[in-house]
Design a binder for this molecule. Structure first.
Ligand code: GLN
Length: 168
């Protein structure tokens, strides 16, 4: 994720502790990873509340995979929500189903149209599926297998796949 934004000419820093937030930012990138771990760490490090306020306040957000899961209003986790809701931002009006593509199709690359651009490589890594959209203001930017795979809503652009793996 860092290399992706550097390649675009951005001045990038990692948020690892609360003090990092004082550097100020024009965009928050929420990377992939394990959303349950990310949510837990955000809480434990005291990052959750300030970041939630910043996102609510309109800070542009670019989220992939686990980042999208953290933002989703509803998370379906094997039929029921086993994750603590207070560890989820719950801002983006969509529902996601974690690890939606099963074990065999856990990771794969396909090509598709993103926001009008055809033939964009889309790599999915134990990706979630966007299973519902709760607001007409959510714009669908790409789809795969009948489900939206990237959406834009207000200040948030979020992907179930990993655009940052294909720089250039
Ligand atoms: N499967 C992960 C989760 O549920 C997300 C995977 C990813 O970010 N590539 O949190």
């Amino acid at each position: 994720m860092e290399a992706y934004w550097r390649a675009k000419g951005a001045d990038v820093f990692e948020i690892r502790q609360r003090a990092d937030l004082s550097r100020g930012m024009d965009l928050l990138a929420l990377p992939g990873g394990e959303s349950t771990v990310q949510g837990k760490l955000l809480k434990e490090l005291g990052l959750f509340d300030p970041l939630k306020s910043a996102i609510d306040g309109g800070l542009p957000v670019f989220a992939t995979c686990a980042g999208l899961i953290l933002l989703a209003e509803k998370v379906e986790d094997g039929g029921e929500r086993t994750v603590r809701p207070e560890r989820w931002f719950g801002i983006l009006p969509v529902a996601v189903r974690r690890n939606a593509y099963g074990r065999q199709l856990g990771s794969f690359t396909t090509r598709g149209t993103f926001d009008g651009t055809p033939d964009v490589p889309m790599t999915f890594i134990r990706a979630p599926a966007i299973s519902a959209i709760f607001s007409p203001d959510v714009e669908v930017l790409s789809t795969f297998d009948g489900h939206p795979t990237a959406v834009r809503w207000r200040n948030i652009t979020a992907f179930t796949w990993h655009p940052e793996l294909h720089i250039g």
